[in-house]
Each structure stands twice: as structure tokens, then as C-alpha cells.
Design a binder for this molecule. Structure first.
Ligand SMILES: Cc1cc2nc3c(=O)[nH]c(=O)nc-3n(C[C@H](O)[C@H](O)[C@H](O)COP(=O)(O)O)c2cc1C
Length: 296
């Protein structure tokens, strides 16, 4: 809603430190990880870790998931001033989420999806967006789009796969933007060139980049950092993460190591070493030594 290229929501990945890194490279907006609406109305304390921080608040949407329209609305109301806008997760294909009628299960029950959007829109004054897939089992995007627009949502983002596909096959960008509300395309966009292509094919005004940014945040600036620059980015990311989660950074950072070391010499051996490290300073030293060995 604010710009063309945003960071897609990814549970366990798009925390404050990673969002910060992506913003420094030019991501124009981002989302929190998905947050359960039920847990919001129960005031579950851990959620506070997920909420946008003051310095990013105007460009980070809070994504919620759930299936009860009134619970979703109440949660949205409680969160509306904590982020830039509220996003509804109607795309998550994970069994645990679908079983509760949430995430992509809403694509099988468009009446409920509509009700959720309507109830939220009734009581919040911020914008409301919806992130969907093409459909649950088959491509029913036209119907989904119409439902989302009729319900009064302010923006729609679509991951060009069905829920059944999970992450298999190639995402399509051939999704028609009827143009009633801002439309963002997502899925397999792994460069700014892809972003341009995806926008041309779909007629979308912008894109969301997910996995392509993991361990590769310079994707947002079309960058190609030198080894020294890469090391610097990694150490910065680690420091941010440490500030955010303390020593848990050592384990959490493992998700980013493959991305950051992709294509580098002896990266497989290096990653195996990283997985054994438990101390934060040791981890930083290991990165320094590895990059020094690459320079030599
Ligand atoms: C680890 C991981 C976690 C994800 N978590 C969420 C989430 O919390 N909410 C959501 O709407 N989508 C989530 N997604 C889906 C992404 O936002 C995106 O739609 C999908 O990865 C396709 O885009 P990409 O090819 O650019 O990664 C997640 C994806 C991954 C890989």
C-alpha cells in the first residue's frame, strides 16, 4: 500500500531485525509474522515480540489469522494503532492452521472470508488488506478477488499458487488484476527484474518478495555486495538479532546461513560448523574466519 516492493510475511523469519535489514536495502514495506487473533484477544504476552517497533511502525502491517469474524475484528481493533495497517491471512496452507478454519481454509468458505473483512472494516479506522492464494484446490481467483473487493478490503496480495500446491511447481504471475483496489503479486520473485516482469504480466502495482530475501536482503536494491560487504551485513544482522532475542540469535540465525553463503566456496562445510555453535561471539568469529579464508 506504500510502495511497490515489499517484504512478504514469513513466520519465523520476518522479525524486527530482518525487517530492519530489508528496509536498509530498500524494501518499502513489510509485514509482521502471522499472529493468532485468538491469542491477541487473550492478551498473550509473547505477541509483543511480534509487534512493529516505533521506528518502522508506519510501514509494517500486522498480519492476523483466525476464523471467527468477531474474534478477528476484536483483535484487529486491539492492534490497529500498533502497525501501519491490518492484514488478514487467507493463504496459509499449513495443516494446523487450516484445521481451525483459518488461513487458506477461508478460500473454501468465501462467505466467512467476506464476513471477517466486513466485521474488521466496521470497527477499525486503519486500512485492511488480505493475502490470498489462487484458490484452495483450484484456481478461483476471480471469485476470491470479487469477494475481497465487495467486502471492502483496501488491498489484496496474491501468491500465485493454490493452497494444495503448497510450494510446489512454479508460481504463476498470470493473474488478472481487475483494478478495483491495489493489487500485489507474490511468488517466486527472486530479483527486481522478476518483480518488473511479474508486474507487467499481472498488471499488479507491486510485489511481495519472500524467500528470495532470506539471506539475500540486497535483493531490494538489486545489489551484488563484495565479500567484505556481505560479512558486514551478516555481522550487523547478527547484532540486531542479538538485541532482539539475546543468545537465541545463535539458533535463529541458522535459518539465514544458507542464503548468506549460497554459492560461496566450502559453504556446505561452513554451514555444518555453524549448526554446532552455541555461543554468539563464537558464531561471529566463525563468520569472520570463513570470509577471511574466502578473501585469501
Ligand atoms: C518460512 C515461511 C513462512 C511463511 N509465513 C507466512 C506467514 O506467516 N503469513 C503469510 O501470509 N505467508 C507466509 N508465507 C508465505 C510467503 O509470504 C509467500 O507468500 C510465499 O513464500 C511465496 O513467495 P516467495 O516465492 O517470494 O517466497 C511463508 C513462507 C515461508 C517460506
Amino acid at each position: 500500500m506504500i510502495g511497490k516492493v515489499g517484504l512478504a510475511p514469513m513466520a519465523g523469519i520476518t522479525n524486527y531485525s530482518f525487517r530492519t535489514i530489508c528496509f536498509t536495502f530498500g524494501a518499502e514495506f513489510a509485514y509482521t509474522e502471522m499472529i493468532s487473533a485468538e491469542s491477541v484477544i487473550r492478551n498473550v504476552k509473547v505477541n509483543e515480540l511480534y509487534f512493529p517497533h516505533d521506528d518502522e511502525k508506519e510501514k509494517v502491517a500486522i498480519q492476523i489469522f483466525g476464523s471467527d469474524p468477531f474474534v478477528m475484528a476484536q483483535a484487529a481493533k486491539m492492534l490497529e494503532t500498533k502497525g501501519a495497517w491490518i492484514d488478514i491471512n487467507a493463504g496459509c496452507p499449513v495443516k494446523k492452521v487450516i484445521r481451525k478454519g483459518a488461513g487458506s481454509a477461508l478460500l473454501k468458505d468465501l462467505r466467512k472470508l467476506k464476513k471477517i473483512i466486513e466485521e474488521i472494516k466496521k470497527i477499525v479506522s486503519c486500512k485492511v488488506s488480505v493475502k490470498v492464494r489462487l484458490g484452495f484446490e483450484k484456481n478461483e481467483f476471480d471469485k476470491i478477488y470479487d469477494t475481497v473487493v465487495e467486502a471492502g478490503a483496501d488491498m489484496i496480495a496474491v501468491h500465485g499458487r493454490t493452497a494444495k500446491q503448497m510450494y510446489l511447481g512454479k508460481a504463476t504471475w498470470n493473474v488478472r488484476n481487475k483494478g478495483y483496489i491495489p493489487f500485489y503479486i507474490n511468488g517466486d520473485i527472486n530479483s527486481l527484474e522478476d518483480a518488473k516482469k511479474a508486474m507487467e504480466i499481472s498488471g499488479a502495482e507491486g510485489v511481495l518478495i519472500g524467500r528470495g530475501a532470506i539471506g539475500n536482503p540486497w535483493i531490494f536494491s538489486n545489489g551484488n555486495p563484495s565479500l567484505a560487504e556481505k560479512l558486514n551485513i551478516i555481522l550487523n544482522h547478527l547484532d540486531f538479532l542479538y538485541k532482539e532475542v539475546g543468545n537465541r540469535a545463535v539458533v535463529e540465525f541458522r535459518k539465514f546461513v544458507t542464503g548468506y553463503t549460497k554459492g560461496l566456496k566450502n559453504s556446505r562445510e561452513f554451514r555444518a560448523q555453524v549448526m554446532k555453535i552455541e555461543d554468539f561471539e563464537e558464531l561471529k568469529d566463525l563468520f569472520r574466519k570463513y570470509f577471511l579464508s574466502l578473501e585469501n
